[in-house]
Design a protein around this ligand. Structure first.
Ligand code: SF4
Length: 370
């Protein structure tokens, strides 16, 4: 299949792994900020092809995983309202809140519906004028244009019974937060190709410069990821720190101007709490004041709802690259995809789910150190 087979070519992958081995003279820790890349790395064993000095750690690249428990609780509270229909992507159904997940609310009679597009939720609102339809809008910059489109459509149709619970997060502020932490062990980043397809990579340039950290925009197939790693370690070995673009077949520096305009028409940057990272300024997307009527938190008075993260789940350490999933005491003991303690074990992009699927029997490696 074009654009897949050539990027899974074993000979090309080995050639790149050899080039990385010849390039590296010192230990380096690289973080990918994309759940798709995490699964690619674990599934294809890309980390096992690398020299000992190169460590890959998994960052906050899965939007479901970084959604804090208090937002899950807000979705649960909405789903428990008799007049509400809560629409969500399938991954969110089993993410544990403080007391319930959405699937258990549905089992108890709550009207929770799995949709494939936010526009499906708009259609449900149109067909159910006497119900309040809320779409749980989770995602990075990649999904923001479609969610913005849904709000714009609802506004044009005067749908007073549609709103969104925004859990949108933005990647660059999270990278800044990780690099600013005292215990940061990350020397270089692989940035997510799909996020940069929408947003371009201009906003990563000041981060690379300020923190002297190379950032390589990278695709998702094994050859993409190995090439991204090579471009990153080359910069590190040469003492350079710029933004490089491995994923040129999809990403330009400017990104998709129409999609960005749509995002900015409907949303504005806002502070956002991330699981494991805490609140990060300007790292979320909130509806602009002119679209406040579509904000479920305001409409249903949920802003005050707060919750603490589980103390048994160490997903915060995993999302900051300090530990790997199989270093969690609960991994495959008390926590598995059937009985998850945290979102990274539930989401199809979660690091714990990837390790459970492909690395369950492996001994954990030593804790990640800088
Ligand atoms: S294995 Fe389970 S408990 Fe441990 S960090 Fe992952 S999701 Fe949390």
């Amino acid at each position: 299949m074009k654009y897949v087979d050539e990027y899974r070519d074993q000979r090309a992958a080995r050639t790149l792994a050899d080039a990385i081995r010849r390039t590296v003279t010192r230990p380096w820790t690289l973080m990918e900020v994309c759940g798709g890349q995490t699964h690619g790395i674990v599934k294809f064993g890309i980390d096992t092809l690398l020299p000992d000095g190169v460590r890959l750690v998994h960052g906050p690249g899965c939007p479901v995983c970084v959604t804090p428990v208090e937002l899950i609780d807000k979705a649960v509270a909405l789903a428990q309202r008799p007049e509400a229909i809560l629409c969500t992507f399938g991954d969110m159904m089993r993410v544990p809140g403080s007391a319930h997940d959405l699937l258990s609310v549905k089992a108890q009679g709550g009207d929770v519906r799995m949709v494939y597009s936010p526009l499906d939720a708009v259609t449900i609102a149109r067909k159910n004028p006497d119900r309040s339809v809320v779409f749980f809008a989770v995602g990075f910059e990649t999904t923001a244009p479609a969610n913005a489109l849904a709000v714009r459509q609802a506004a044009r149709d005067n749908l007073g019974n549609f709103s969104i619970l925004s859990a949108h997060v933005l990647v660059p502020p999270a990278m800044r937060a990780i690099l600013s932490a005292e215990d940061c062990a990350v020397n270089g980043f692989l940035a997510a190709g799909h996020v940069c397809t929408v947003m371009g990579y201009r906003e990563y340039e000041p981060i690379a410069q300020e923190f002297r950290t190379p950032i390589v925009v990278t695709g998702f197939e094994p050859v993409d990821i190995l090439q991204g790693i090579l471009l990153c370690v080359r910069q590190l070995e040469q003492g350079r720190a710029t933004v490089a673009n491995q994923y040129r077949r999809s990403v330009t520096r400017e990104g998709n101007a129409a999609a960005q305009a749509l995002i900015h028409e409907i949303f504005q940057a806002s502070p956002r709490k991330w699981r494991g990272l805490g609140e990060i300024p300007d790292s979320g997307l909130a509806l602009r004041p002119e679209y406040a009527a579509f904000d479920a938190e305001q409409r249903f008075g949920l802003a005050h709802l707060a919750a603490e993260e589980s103390t048994r789940c160490i997903s915060g350490d995993i999302l900051r690259g300090l530990k790997r999933p199989n270093e969690c005491p609960a991994f495959a003991v008390d926590c598995d995809p059937e009985h998850p303690l945290g979102a990274p074990m539930v989401s199809s992009e979660g690091a714990c789910a990837a390790y459970y699927r492909y690395r369950r029997d492996e001994q954990p490696s030593a804790q990640v150190k800088g």
